[in-house]
Design a protein around this ligand. Structure first.
Ligand code: PEP
Ligand code: MG
Length: 585
């Protein structure tokens, strides 16, 4: 038995078997072979291609009925590429000439092909280079699986613990299909995609294991402790026993939390709090409603644009938004596209910034205003769908008043177009903005006067304020939602909302962090939006809080200039909470 340590996120404890998954971008091993081994290596390559093809065919059969024509077209093309004799011939030639292993020969061939595709002018053809790496990646997965117990996504068993270098936003779509036990990744921090995914799937994850996963192989028995950030590898019976008992206790606590579901989110001193849900897919609405969410505080629409060749047109989006709005009377806040930076979907097509520092580049509303062919169909779809329910439109990452001027011009154009076309829409849909950039937080009073609501996106606000790239695990130890700078900015935004008499919400991960709930309540926040998985826990904390009692302590906290005193006050606030129920983490 040995242990690995990283950043624990998500829920509870998982005990299960490791499954190593190699994702795009992860290094392929390179080693030399002897001349006389070349034939055997080519045979291994041939077998790898054959098995990968059979697996892909089986996967295709599995999903054929419930997937779209677009997915069929992609998989047909992948099968053709995989079976192309040139792929085998060229890679075999590389094995013979350079005397390298099959996976690496495939990589060399893949790089050559990508170079050719990258130099093609036609952006559509250029985008095909991603598909080549996906196809070759599948074969490499297969080869690595034969050699070292790696394997690809197909055939994942319930409860298995996924061990991988990193997860991308697009992976969330794939993984939500499987009932996996936990995630372990080399990269990532508390607000990385793996963390958000794990929370939404109500499972533990340990991110930022650095090179830790190299000590693991598929089939190892693992205990994943999401609270402490510890992985036990091949635990002995005594350790296993302890963890099984702890896991059972957490299960019982989860059941107890169920009973709070239909109780109102009212504090001990009688103040009502709104607890909304964040969703990434329209299908998550029912789960959110089942968790008694008061509405949807953030629908991240990027998922509509992921894992596909062509972006969705106005009609497709109209249908998705209409169905969503039609199915509930509760308010649904739909965020306009937030592509770019950590949310890449198509390898840089559609004018996406490939800047050195994409988080500071042309992303979110900047990208949409730069490319109205991206922005307008979405807004038209939203306006048209608005008649079916209670819609709010939210603009991500606003930082400058000039952006708002432009947004309002586009919105007016759309109102005029739809009127001319005789298409029904609600003219007065509330339009709000996300406060994610420190400049916007500091000038929240100006934004508050021009918008119908504001929502604090703490994932980005923390990234920009503390200068820590949210996907860089080397600096994620600095992630601290309770940093005085963050609390002061949040207060500015909440006060600006009060003065302008508009609602202020929070939809970053901080809103679902029970250690922050009481402080946010005392700062005046009354609307939280979080993964539906944590609503009950946050509600329990709200119900155990006397906001009046802690308001003065939070005022002292904001003016404290002694770090020990500061931490002491936070601990005191959280200790004061009347929280008798057991923790589910
Ligand atoms: C945020 O930045 O807090 C947020 C909710 O947006 P996202 O995590 O999608 O960037
Ligand atoms: Mg954000």
């Amino acid at each position: 038995m040995f242990t690995l340590h990283g950043t624990g996120v998500g829920f509870g404890i998982a005990i299960g078997t490791a499954r190593l998954i190699r994702r795009l971008g992860q290094e392929v091993p390179e080693y030399s072979i002897q001349n006389e081994q070349a034939d055997a290596e080519i045979k291994r390559l041939t077998k790898g291609i054959h098995t990968a093809t059979e697996c892909l065919k089986a996967y295709y059969e599995d999903i054929r009925r419930e997937s779209t024509d677009e997915v069929h077209a992609i998989l047909d093309a992948h099968l053709l590429m995989m079976q192309d004799p040139v792929l085998l011939e060229q890679s075999a030639l590389i094995i013979r000439e350079r005397l390298v292993n099959a996976e690496f020969a495939l990589q060399v061939h893949c790089n050559d092909l990508q170079e050719i595709f990258q130099n093609i002018d036609d952006p559509y053809m250029r985008s095909k280079s991603d598909e080549i790496s996906q196809v070759i990646g599948r074969i490499q997965d297969e080869l690595l699986g034969q050699r070292a117990g790696h394997s690809s996504l197909e055939g994942i068993q319930e409860g298995e613990i996924i061990v991988t270098h990193d997860l991308m936003p697009a992976d969330t779509i794939e993984f939500k299909k499987y009932r996996v036990g936990a995630f372990l990744t080399n990269l990532g921090g508390p607000i990385s995609h793996t963390a958000i995914l794990a929370r939404s799937m109500r499972i533990p994850a340990i991110v930022g294991l650095h090179e830790g996963i190299r000590y693991l192989k598929s089939g190892d028995t693992l205990v994943v402790d999401g609270k402490r950030g510890v992985v036990l590898v091949d635990p002995d019976t005594a350790a296993l026993d302890v963890y099984e008992r702890r896991a059972a206790k957490i299960q019982r606590a989860k059941k107890e939390l169920e009973s709070i579901k239909y109780k109102p989110a009212i504090s001990l001193d009688g103040q009502t709090v709104q607890l909304n849900a964040n969703i990434e897919f329209a299908e998550e609405l029912s789960q959110s409603l089942a968790s008694s969410a008061s509405g949807i505080g953030l629908y991240r629409t990027e998922s509509l644009y992921m894992n596909r060749q062509e972006f969705p047109d106005e009609q497709e989006q109209f249908e998705v938004y209409s169905a969503l709005l039609y199915s509930t009377k509760l308010p649904i806040t739909i965020r306009t596209l937030d592509l770019g930076a950590d949310k890449q979907v198509d390898g840089g097509r559609k004018n996406m910034s490939l800047a050195t520092n994409p988080a500071l580049g042309r992303r979110a509303i900047r990208l949409c205003l730069h490319d109205l062919t991206l922005f307008k169909p979405q807004l038209r779809a939203l306006f048209r769908a608005s008649v079916h329910g209670n819609l709010k439109i939210m603009i991500p990452m606003i930082s400058d008043q000039a952006e708002l001027d432009q947004v309002f011009i586009v919105l007016n154009e759309i109102r005029q177009e739809l009127t001319q076309e005789n298409l029904p829409f609600k003219p007065d849909i509330p339009v709000g903005g996300m406060i994610e950039v420190p400049a916007a937080a500091v000038t929240a009073d100006i934004f508050a006067k021009r918008l119908d609501f504001l929502s604090i996106g703490t994932n980005d606000l923390i990234q920009y304020t503390l200068a820590i790239d949210r996907i860089d695990d080397e600096v994620n130890y600095l992630y601290d939602p309770l940093h005085p700078a963050i609390l002061r900015l949040i207060k500015l935004v909440i006060d600006a909302g009060k003065n302008a008499d508009i609602p202020i919400s929070m939809c970053g991960e901080m809103a679902g962090d029970v250690e922050c709930t009481r402080i946010l309540l005392a700062l005046g926040l009354r609307e939280f939006s979080m993964d539906s998985a944590v609503i009950s826990e946050i509600k329990q904390r709200v119900r155990g809080t006397d906001i009046n009692e802690i308001e003065q302590i939070v005022i002292d906290l904001l003016s404290s200039n002694d770090p020990d005193h500061y931490r002491g006050l936070i601990e005191r606030i959280n200790r004061l909470s009347n929280n008798e129920n057991p923790s589910i983490t």
